[in-house]
Design a protein around this ligand. Structure first.
Ligand SMILES: [Zn+2]
Length: 372
């Protein structure tokens, strides 16, 4: 994929293109940014542009791949012998022997193409020993080879490795950009894509995950719940609302996954409502396709209240994620996790988390119902 075909990341793409055109691309780079925003695509565009047989230039992009020559097509098909992609194994780690293999390969000049590109995807999965093995190569960069380390957790890398790789930050995509990619690459219809993208927090990866959870429907429910929560001061009504959000789950979707989809929809709506109440740039609204429905909602929430509600949703999402992590840890034998009383931790159920959110979102400011 050439640089010009990449959606979003304009500044970063221009920077990489310029560095390639001027021959100043460092021998190793760390591309850091959230999951699912297209770091791998950026890396592949670098690989194509470095090796393209008939590169093209434009005012914005002084060097770009043609996307059609033998080199470009082989790279795009994943069969180019000098483009090496390293990924975590089944257990989620990249082991030392994999890195040793890479070190051996890069000791020789590239056989085909002008530049070898080593892409280490999810570089934070490199085991410490593997990082040390890689470090030796990064310290004495082999000729004609570029290392691209991609990660959403740069801090998980050893400081010594980071110091060898100038960092580039790849930010989240806008909801419009995510929708654009979904329409182009999954054939999703535009309306659905916009609804899915609105709750995807700038990540195509999250959007695709969420699409499985029927996000458009979740958003409809979330709008209704916010409307009712804004008016309701009756505790019973609020518990009913929480039930609406945490109730039915479809086949194959866990209670936690479903709750996550609803909470992301709520977060996205509340973020928009707070943008509207502060009269900030309407261009950043994620749910703009809701039209008057969104304005209607904004009238029920002043900025303070929407921020408070958003914080509650955000915390609940964090708790759900930790919850999943803790469960996983327990499955792996970390059963010694105990509370102060010596009892095994009990984790907040999705339903309780959502009740907490509804309480903090609804009309009664200081509820006596306590809910973590
Ligand atoms: Zn080409």
């Amino acid at each position: 994929m050439p640089f010009r075909a990449i959606t979003g990341h304009r500044r970063l793409v221009a920077l990489l293109s310029r560095a390639i055109a001027q021959g100043t691309l460092p021998p190793s780079l760390l591309v850091a940014g959230p999951e699912g925003i297209g770091k791998r695509r950026l890396a592949m565009a670098v690989a194509e542009t470095l090796n393209c047989l008939s590169p093209v230039e434009s005012p914005d992009l002084p060097a770009d791949a043609c996307g059609a020559c033998a080199q470009c097509t082989r790279i795009a098909r994943g069969v180019h012998p000098e483009i090496l992609i390293v990924e975590p194994d089944d257990k989620g780690s990249i082991k030392t022997d994999v890195v040793r293999g890479i070190n051996e390969r890069v000791a020789y000049r590239p056989f085909e193409g002008r530049r070898r590109v080593v892409v280490i995807d999810k570089a934070d999965a490199l085991e410490p020993q593997a990082q040390n093995a890689l470090l030796k190569t990064l310290e004495e960069p082999p000729s004609a080879t570029v290392f691209l380390l991609l990660t959403s957790a740069p801090d998980a890398l050893l400081a010594t490795v980071r110091s060898r790789c100038p960092p580039l930050r790849a930010g989240r995509l806008t909801a419009t950009e995510v929708a654009e990619i979904l329409v182009r690459e999954t054939g999703m219809d535009e309306r659905e894509a916009r609804a899915v993208a609105a709750s995807a927090d700038g990540s195509v990866g999250l959007a695709l995950e969420a699409a499985a959870g029927d996000v458009a429907a979740a958003r409809t429910v979330a709008v209704r719940v916010l409307h009712q929560a804004a008016r309701s001061a009756d505790p019973r009504a609020r518990i009913d609302l929480a039930k609406t959000l945490s109730g039915k789950t479809g086949t194959g979707v866990s209670e936690r996954e479903q709750a996550t989809v609803y909470l992301r929809a709520l977060a996205s709506l509340l973020r928009d409502v707070s943008v509207m109440s502060t009269r900030a740039d309407a261009g950043v609204l994620a749910n703009v396709d809701l039209g008057p429905g969104l304005e209607d909602l904004a009238r029920s929430f002043d900025s303070e209240r929407s921020v408070r509600a958003f914080t509650a949703v955000d915390r609940a999402l964090g708790a759900l994620e930790r919850n999943a992590g803790d469960r996983l840890a327990r499955l792996h034998g970390a059963a010694e996790m105990k509370t102060r009383n010596g009892v095994l931790c009990s984790f907040p159920k999705p339903q309780m988390l959502i009740l907490g959110v509804v309480i903090r979102t609804s009309a009664l400011e200081h509820s006596r119902v306590s809910c973590r």
